[in-house]
Every structure is written in C-alpha cells, then in structure tokens.
Ligand binder design. Structure first.
Ligand code: NAI
Length: 715
C-alpha cells in the first residue's frame, strides 16, 4: 500500500487532490451522481496543475467518491452551453499529461463520465461497474470525444454497437472488449493504487488514446448495426450522425474531434433530441410529489410498505402481484373464485419460468419471488397488509362493495387503492368511511413490466395517501403521473374519446384495420390501435363503456365495431379472433374479410359513405383527436401539466418518444395549424371534433403547451 505523504486539499468544492507517495489522487466528489459540471471540470484542471507543481508525483489517479464514478454531464448543460473549461479542454489536458493518468471506475461511468475515463491513459474498473454511452436515448451524439476514443480502444464495430444501443456493459465485459485494462474484484482504490505502482515499476508511461489507430468502419458492419438496432431506433435519425462521427475517427484525431463536435451540436439542435430531452425532463418532473415544497405535503413521511394485498386475481391482480414480488415485497392475493386463484398461481409460475428461460433471473431468484406471493382466499387476512390494491371486475357496484368491506377490515391509516381504469374514484371512495385514504393506482398491462403508473387523486385524497402512492411508484421503479379523477383519467380518456374512437370512425368511412394500424405504426406508435385492442381484449373496453353509459352518454358512432366484436365473442388474441384472425399459438394478426363485411354493414346502417382513405389522413385524424382531447384533459384539470400528458402517452401508450408526446408534438406542428385542421374536421365530422377551448386560447395568444406549463407552474 502506498503511503500518504502530503495533506488533503480541496481544489474545488467538488474535486479533492491528495498525494499518496508518487500518486497524485484526484477525487471527484459531486453528489449525488458526480455529474461533470463546470465546477468539476475546473477542479480537474486545478488538480492537474497542482500535480505538475509537485515533483514527487509520478502518476495521476482519477477516482470518485460516493456510489459511482460519474453519471455524465450536468443535465443543466444539456442545451449545449458549456462554460470553460470545456470537456474537450479537460480531456486534452489529461491526455497530454506527461505522467500516466489512470481512471478508477466504480458504479456508473456513463456519457461524459465514460468519455472522461476514455481520455485517461489507463482504466481500472470494478467488476460490477457499468460503462456506457446512453446519449442516443436523448438524441445526442456523444460530444466529448466518445465517438473518437471509443473506436480507438475497442474497434469501430463494437463502438458503434455500444453507442447505438445506449446500454451499459459491466466492468468484466469492458475488460474483454479492451475498454479497461484491469478489473478490480475487491476494493477499487486499493486495486487502482496497486495498478499505479505497477505502471511505475514497469516504467509504463502515458498512453494517449488519441494516438491509437482505428480500423475502418465498412458498409456491411454499418448495415448490420442498423438492422440490429432498427426496432429501438425506428423513425430516428441520430444514428446517422453517430455513424458519420465514428467514420471520422479514421481521420487524424484533431480533425475527427472537430467533426464530432459539429455533429454533436447538430444533434442537440435537432427536433428529435429536443423531443427526447423534453420527455426525459417531463418524467423527472412528473415523479415529484406535487406541491412537495408546500407546507401541506412536505412534512408527510409515508409509512414503510413491506406487505401488499391484492384483491382480484385476474389479469391485472396477477401482474400487480408479480410487480411487487419483483420489488422484494410480500404479496397476499385474494379472489373469491378459487379457480381464478389457480389460474393466477399458474400465470405467476409461467411468468417466472419464462424469465428464467430467457436468462433474466436464476431459478433460485424465481423460487424466492414465487414464495413471496401467497394466495389466500380469506378477505379478512388482508387486514395486516401495509397497502391494499383492489383489482376486481370493472363494475362500480361490485367495487363499492369490495372497497367498503376492505375499509372496515383495514386500519384507517393504511392506503387502499383501486386499479379501476375508467370508473369514478371519487364515487368509489365515498363508499367507504375513510375516503381520504382511497385513491386510484392505475397499472397498465402487463403490470409487472409497464413503466407507467397513473396515480388518481380526488378532492378528498389526503397528502399522506398521495405520498404513499408516490412511494409505491418508487418501490416499483415506475414513472408516476398524477391525474385528477375524471372518466378514464388522462390516458384512457384520450384514448377512448380521441385516438381509438377516431380510428374506428376511419374504419367506418372506408379504411381497413390493417391500414389504420400500419399507418400509425409507421408514424411511430409501438402498435396500432386495433392490434392493441385485440391484445388487451375487446371485451375490456366494452365493459368500461357499459359502465360509462350509466353515467354519461356519447353520440353514435362510439366503438360500435369493437362492441359488436365483443358480442360476437371476437375478443381478440385470447379467442383467436377480434379485429383480426390469429392462428392457434400465433400472435400474427391476419386480416379477416368477415370483419370487413361487419364494418361495411355497420357503416351502411349509419348511412356512412365509404371511400378510399390515405395514410396521411389516418395519422392526422388520430393524432389530432388525441391532441384535442389532451387539451380538454388539461383545461378540466385532470392533468396538471401538458408534459404529464406526454409522459402518460410515451410511457404507457406507445406514442413515439422521439416526437415528445402528443402535446409537445402539437407545439412542433404549431397550435394555429393544429386548430385550423381541428376546425376543418369539426365542420366535416361534427361533435367529437369540437375544438378544445385551451387550444383556441393558446393559438389566439401565439402561445404553446410548453408555455402554458411554464405559466401554470409560476402561478
Ligand atoms: P379480470 O376479469 O381478469 O379479473 C378480475 C378478478 O376479480 C377475477 O379473478 C374475479 O374472480 C375477481 N373478483 C371478482 N369479484 C371479486 C370479489 N368480490 N372479491 C375478490 N375477487 C373478486 O379483470 P382485469 O382485467 O384484471 O381487471 C381488473 C381491474 O383492473 C378492472 O377494474 C379493470 O378495469 C382494471 N384494469 C384492467 C386493465 C386491462 O387491460 N385488463 C388495464 C388497467 C386496469
């Protein structure tokens, strides 16, 4: 072990410098994620200068305190404005150091964090470290030397793959690829100091990455990389810029790095990146408890949640049980139908068996999780759970009955949540003696995998309940969005009254299910509406509409096709027939002439004249109706921010993330243009196209949804 000779010095608030014998140890200490903001960059420059002045220092070690090496650039600098010293300047200072510079990596080293490490002459990583370049997820070309240095270390092919995937690799994999020189099994600092000592003993000097040669990136490799990332990068363009940048790594380093800088700037200014960054920030914002800074909510410390009860062991109940078991909680599953409990047990077993088969978890982890889920038919047994989630049939009277029983059994300070997808949470809560502890936790299918959790609050919801709901989202690593109570909340309301309804209208007017689905998939949706309906079950929507019509009316036609398919037993994939046909065991949607005849008949009954409809019209009508109802959801206060609506649609409904969500997309189209087209359809198609007052107001004032969010936040 090397001896510490000189004292410890903080060269900036976020970087310290210590001299340990011949090692000048520079430590980044910028909690919580060691972001490399201006102060860290300046600190690194100062530390290097200090080392220069110390004749005893023969090798530099850059290490970090806390949980990770660095999560990358400071997100407040994502707009591309970097105060000097820039990343490039710091990296060039490191790379040209006359002493060897070693990076010691633990936890995450991603984005600018990894780029900094690449500029060092040697790298030691802990075996569990995660090294990656996730910039592509924000539509950005790595701009701090990543596209030039990574290919020099691991070859153009591996570099292209790593940058296009955005996914990190482990310390062990990084060693195999040649990205790091040594893997530390135990204490990283000790391993890194020993490595430094070895460099000195073996008289190994600086080894600038920029001086290495690069292999050629050939067209076959590019085509293969494009193909393997085609799904994740559908509709995207950042990959073209990344490829251009990596190709430039063949040039002398100074030229390559200049090309990278220009391409990085171009990517930052692209609409795609603006949209992706919008969603990134919107997700961070939506996950914060509303009013957390106000006195009303701040003092609330939600109780710990260790055990969860789920009432209703159907599709959703089973998925919710899996989600909690995955998060390490104990789950009690209740159902009044023993056969449903059996099916639920089987579906849990088969979900874990498939995870084991795919290598996602080991058999012992699966066994442990299965063991955490207890099927217990007695309702009274749920009383000692910290949280109870109701997921019985979508029937208001049934749910009221179940909730009032739960309210009687469960101590009043514990949260009771309903997973209703459309019913009035306020009405359900009023069926209990403690409505303040009843709210909606709206999970999506499959509940164990979907990213979104809509938290539905009512006027009477207590801050404690809301705070517990946020804790639940955090426990499950889901993106939380708060919705106020109202039919379908944010997502289903926009889907049912806007997007899906318009898709059905287009079918009646002459489009086919395959045409509508393909047009919207080409626009960027993960899956077209009819295919989604067949996947989830056409009966699910029909049941929700039966409940809706007890409270509110909707002019005809309103899902006449889907409801007729349900009546015919064409429930979708589960019955092998829906909007499409499915061969046994296959998920491939095959167009069915029987459905076309049904649609023609329903159109004729309504006197709708059928015609050829182009893809552009399909996309325009479906997306504009989504935007219009989204604006209504905002003006009614069901969603607090346009950005929340975008999060709901990008994380829960497959709206293309690179278009930023429906409301961001509306802003990019320009609200006057959006309004002009909505008015056109209002004239030609009537009722459902009534322009949202909010769009009229914003368009008239030359404003945007983004501006509206900013104004609302400041009020
Ligand atoms: P499901 O029909 O698959 O399961 C409902 C379960 O509740 C059945 O197993 C039934 O036996 C049980 N149940 C009925 N009465 C009960 C009682 N008194 N006590 C205990 N268990 C009882 O329904 P699914 O699809 O799981 O939906 C459940 C809830 O989740 C509904 O409110 C639905 O709207 C909502 N939801 C459904 C989604 C979907 O796509 N399936 C998505 C999001 C929410």
């Amino acid at each position: 072990m090397l001896e510490k000779m000189n004292g410890h010095a903080a060269v900036a608030g976020t970087v310290t410098f210590d001299v340990l014998g011949p090692v000048g140890m520079i430590c980044i200490d910028n909690p919580p994620v060691n972001a490399i903001g201006h102060s860290v960059r300046q600190g690194l420059m100062d530390a290097i200068a200090r080392a220069e002045q110390n004749p005893g220092v023969k090798v530099l070690l850059i290490i970090s305190s806390g949980e990770m090496f660095s999560a990358g650039a400071d997100i407040t600098e994502f707009n591309g404005l970097q105060r000097e010293p820039s990343f490039q300047r710091v990296e060039s200072e490191i790379e040209s150091s006359r002493y060897p510079v070693v990076a010691a990596i633990h936890g995450l080293a991603v984005g600018g964090g990894l780029e900094l490490a690449l500029a060092c002459h040697y790298r030691v990583a802990h075996r569990n470290a995660k090294l990656g370049m996730p910039e592509i997820t924000l539509g950005i070309v790595p701009g701090a030397g990543g596209t030039q240095r990574l290919p020099r270390l691991i070859g153009t092919r591996a570099a292209l793959d790593m940058i296009l995937s955005g996914a990190p690799i482990s310390g062990v994999d990084a060693k195999t690829k040649g990205l790091v020189d040594e893997v530390a099994e135990g204490d990283l600092r000790d391993a890194a100091l020993s490595f430094c000592k070895r460099l000195l003993d073996e008289k190994l000097g600086p080894r600038p990455t920029c001086n290495r040669t690069v292999d050629t990136l050939d067209e076959t490799t590019i085509a293969a990389a494009r193909a393997s990332h085609a799904r994740a990068l559908k509709g995207r363009t950042t990959q073209d810029l990344v490829i251009e940048a990596i190709k430039a790594s063949r040039l002398p380093f100074s030229q390559g790095i200049a090309i990278e800088a220009a391409l990085a700037q171009k990517s930052l200014a692209s609409r795609e990146s603006l949209a992706l960054r919008h969603v990134f920030f919107a997700e961070r914002e939506s996950g914060k408890l509303p009013g957390a800074s106000s006195a009303v909510v701040k003092p609330v410390q939600p109780p710990a949640i260790r055990r969860v009860a789920v009432v209703g062991a159907g599709t959703m109940g089973s998925g919710i049980a899996l989600a909690f078991a995955d998060a390490g909680l104990e789950v009690l599953v209740n159902d009044n139908d023993p056969s449903a409990l059996n099916r639920s047990r089987e579906s849990v077993q088969s979900a874990y068996a498939s995870s084991v088969k795919r290598g996602r978890i080991t058999q012992s982890v699966a066994d442990e999780r299965i063991h955490r889920i207890k099927s217990n038919p007695a309702l009274a047994d749920v009383a000692d759970a910290d949280l109870v989630i109701e997921a019985v049939f979508e029937d208001i009277e049934l749910k009221k009955d179940v909730l009032s029983k739960l309210d009687y059994l469960v101590p009043p300070h514990r949260l009771i949540a309903t997973n209703t997808s459309t019913l009035s949470v306020t009405e359900l809560a009023r069926a209990t003696a403690h409505p303040e502890r009843v709210l909606g936790l709206h999970f999506f299918v499959p509940a164990q995998a979907s990213k979104l959790l809509e938290i539905v609050r009512c006027d009477h919801t207590s801050p404690e309940s809301l705070s517990t709901a946020f804790r639940v989202a955090k426990l499950l690593k889901k993106i939380a969005v708060v919705a106020h109570d109202g039919f379908g909340f944010i997502g289903n309301r926009m889907m049912l009254d806007g997007y899906w309804r318009e898709a059905e209208q287009l079918l009646l007017e002459g489009a086919t299910p395959a045409q509508v689905d393909t047009a919207l998939e080409n626009f960027g949706f993960a899956m077209g509406p009819q295919r989604v309906s067949d996947l989830g079950g056409n009966d699910v929507g029909t049941k929700a509409r039966i409940q809706l019509f007890q409270r509110e009316s909707r002019p005809d036609p309103y899902f006449v096709i889907a409801d007729r398919l349900t009546e015919m037993g064409r429930l979708g994939q589960k019955t092998g027939r829906g909007f499409y046909r499915y061969e046994s065991g296959s998920r491939e949607a095959v167009p069915d002439p029987e459905v076309n005849s049904l649609i023609e008949k329903l159109a004729a009954e309504r006197g709708i004249k059928r015609r050829e409809i182009g893809d552009q019209e399909i996309v325009e009508r479906c997306v504009l109706s989504l935007i219009n109802v989204g604006a209504m959801v905002l003006e009614e206060g069901v969603a607090a921010r346009a950005a929340d609506v975008d999060v709901v649609w990008t994380s829960g409904y497959g709206f293309p993330r690179h278009l930023g969500g429906p409301m961001f997309y509306a802003d990019t189209l320009g609200l006057p243009n959006v309004l002009h087209r909505i008015r056109h359809y209002h004239r030609t198609l009537g009722h459902y196209w009534r322009p949202a007052a909010l769009i009229e107001r914003l368009a008239a004032g030359g404003s945007s949804f983004e501006q509206w969010d900013k104004t609302s936040a400041s009020q």
